[in-house]
Design a protein around this ligand. Sequence first.
Ligand code: CS2
Length: 488
Amino acid sequence: MTRLSAQTLAAVAETAAPPQYDRAARRVGIVHLGLGAFHKAHQAFYTDAAMAAQGGDWKIIGVSMRNEEVAADFNEQDGLFTMLEKGAEGTRAQIIGSIDHALCARTQPDQVLQALCDENVRVVTTTVTEKGYGIDRATGGVDPSNPVIAHDLARDSAPVGAIGLIVTALERRRDRGIAPFTVLCCDNLPDNGAFLRAGLIDFARRHDPALGQWIADTVPCPSSMVDRITPAQTGETRALARALTGTDDALAVETEPFHQWVIEDTFPTGRPAWEAAGAIFTEDVAAYESMKLRLLNGSHSLIAYMGQLLGKTYVRDVMADPCLEVIVRRHLQQAAATLPALPGIDVPQYCEALIARFRNPSIAHETLQIASDGSEKLPQRIFAPASDALATDGPIDSFAFVAGLWMWYCRGELPSGAALNDPRADGLRDAADAGTPEAILAGFEAIEGLIPSDVSASPRWRGAILGLLQELSDKPLARIIEATCEQA
Ligand code: CS2
């Protein structure tokens, strides 16, 4: 079967919608760092809709940070890929045309820098995952012990990490008199614009304080809340794309119909009309961000650890168990109680919609995937709401439940047989294998920048975690779940 490409696009089956604009007439205006499934189903999709609605030179150069095969696949397919929207009413296939071509940062850092220095590039978007920046949460600056940060700070060769690339490109633009681009972080981190901005400034200052100041004064880093459940590609994804497009597509991505993007509107040098696909522009995304991180992502982590410990492969398998659904609902309730009022948002309705999204039978979202990088995810998903709940004497059982399950999950033997996937895996495993509940909790508390001190100091929190860890060593999780479900 022929490969999807600009040449074969005209022959794509009618069951797949092609790009609604002349791709050849549009030029590049965005560089995106982190060319994974999420970017394809989210920013690339929004940008495609923006160009279809209002034109503009906003094609994307997609940069895979480490994987040269992904970049090669994109180039072989002239940037085209199939997005499969899988909902209750079936599957909708759309060919996304917004990516112009791709590069790999690890092997082509000079080309990436060149792209970032192009004066037509006015926006740089990022999805490199929570851990991918190399920012130390405790200090807010870069972590010099992170190998990529250390490599890029040494300046012996071209930078290969997101922060090193962005700062070096900004320096060159400043020196050449080219206006800086807007840096738009699209990872699931609270106040993600300020988070990335602090990392950029700190990295720059270590080499040139004046550059750090120039970035602080001139580079816009709006925050954004991104949302779309997008599992990793499977063999079935590719087979379905083949059936619906009549071509072979190594890059097909499957995703849910729901999508949301809330963005601070600070783009002095312009931006695509992302509102064409429903993006919301606002002055303050913080409230939306904590809603999404605490309700969707927090429940996701709960589902992931329950699923992994009970041998359930997909999110939908967890949701198919009525008792586990009760526990997810309890989490949503306790997390919702920590949120400020959100004008225009009906939180109970949002939670019901989440339950339906988690249940989506056509989305195969692996609990193993979500269970990864707990040390990077739990601070904003679980510990921050726990801290707020403790401050107002609100319920914390569910936050302690997720934290305790995670600690148990980090023990040497992973139920799935896979290795613990977390940048701090060794330290987590040592803490989790410490023996008694007290020793396990003390081990996790000793990990810097993880559990906030106000949370650790709370007798209520400690009691709940120690009780759960004791129970987990005494009896099977299924029995604990039954009892928790009855009480919920
Ligand atoms: C998930 C997210 O993998 C995870 O940790 O919770 O990727 C989640 O699917 C997205 O944030 C949904 O927008």
